[in-house]
Design a protein around this ligand. Structure first.
Ligand code: PMP
Length: 361
């Protein structure tokens, strides 16, 4: 049986070329005569691989020299706590913009370490939009302003970078990093769990402005201290070596595809075809997010008759379209269209959806 089109929200589809290469060198990696999983993270081969991965990532996102790149662990969720631990000085507050489930969780966890103020929320409207930036209640003395650039469950995405003045902007980019060019210099800290657009789960990428590393100043246990990880080049303890290696292969693949600008064009084309199919279905399918805030990465949609959901999932799976079940909090369906999903896969989904609607409409 052939590989199916995988619309999973995460862990998500990886580029097939990357998986084939990893398979080919799984038992003997480079000149090591052992697997990448079996060699020391402090050995020359691993350290060279790690440096190249960082260099490729820096090129892909044009990361300025004044930023440190960290390859860490704990999932993005651990960093909900680690960010306030590191960036908020005693007595300082932080501002949270809540646009869906993930930024809401980030705010809730931050409360263990900081006064996490709600600067704006889309909750009252069912998380269907990005609250207008002119109405955000920001504190000039806040340690940082936190956003989730893309809400994986609610399918709401920032299409502009907010201006937070002198207060560092912190962004959870777990589900849209590397999907489009960004101006890193507009952010104080960017973090992303790997399992959508970077590689396998177990790895978290943190890109942080160097001057912010001073804020933790001996107050944070070393394993949670970004400054300690930076000083050790992310080798403070044993890193998730296989995930790091695979992320490096994904970065090489992205460069060969033309980088993030090429991905952005492809991602826009993919999302446009799927939203057009939903909006043009005469109400059979529906996406409720305000058009200007729609995510290009995660497209939640409902069927006009929820009772058709089981048939939709069963038939789509049989047609080679995987993981279309929506998040349990929201119900309905969701198609995730990360970098590794080609336009061809989206067209297969659209053709299935149109056929299903004809048969069940
Ligand atoms: N933030 C966002 C935007 C996510 O989509 C997820 C996971 N789906 C998380 C945070 C949590 O990531 P992890 O499971 O790696 O902790």
């Amino acid at each position: 049986m052939a590989r199916a089109w995988n619309f999973s929200a995460g862990p998500a589809a990886l580029p097939e070329e990357v998986l084939r290469r990893a398979r080919d060198e799984l038992l003997e990696w480079g000149d090591e005569r052992a697997s990448v999983m079996e060699v020391s993270h402090r050995g020359k081969a691993f350290m060279e691989m790690a440096q190249r991965a960082e260099q490729d990532l820096r090129e892909l996102l044009a990361v300025p020299d004044t930023y440190t790149v960290l390859f860490l662990q704990g999932g993005a969720s651990q960093h909900f706590a680690q960010i306030p631990m590191n960036l908020a000085r005693p007595g300082q507050g932080a501002d949270y913009v809540v646009t869906g489930a993930w930024s809401s969780k980030a705010q809730a966890d931050a409360r263990c370490f900081v006064r996490a103020d709600l600067a704006a929320s889309g909750e009252a409207g069912g998380y269907r939009t990005i609250p207008s930036m002119s109405e955000w209640k920001l504190h000039g003395e806040a340690a940082y302003v936190h956003i989730a650039s893309n809400e994986t469950i609610h399918g709401v995405q920032f299409h502009q970078t907010p201006d937070t003045g002198n207060v560092p902007l912190v962004a959870d980019m777990s589900s849209d990093i590397l999907s489009r060019p960004i101006d890193v210099s507009r952010y104080g800290l960017i973090y992303a769990g790997a399992q959508k657009n970077i590689g396998p789960s177990g790895l978290v990428l943190v890109i942080v402005r160097e001057d912010l590393l001073e804020r933790s100043a001996g107050r944070v246990p070393r394993i949670f201290d970004y400054a300690a990880h930076a000083a050790a080049a992310s080798l403070l303890n044993t890193p998730p070596t296989f995930a790091w290696y695979l992320a490096g292969l994904v970065f090489q693949w992205l460069k060969a595809q033309g980088g993030v600008a090429a991905m952005a064009q492809r991602n826009a084309d993919k999302a446009a075809e799927l939203y057009a199919a939903i909006d043009g279905s005469g109400g059979f399918y529906r996406n409720r997010v305000e058009v200007a805030a729609r995510s290009l990465m995660n497209v939640p949609f409902t069927l006009h008759d929820a009772a058709l959901g089981a048939a939709f999932l069963q038939e789509s799976r049989a047609a080679g379209l995987l993981a279309l079940k929506g998040h349990r909090d929201l119900g309905g369906m969701r198609a995730s269209l990360y970098n590794a999903m080609p336009l061809e896969g989206v067209r297969a989904l659209v053709a299935f959806m149109q056929d299903f609607a004809r048969r069940h409409g």
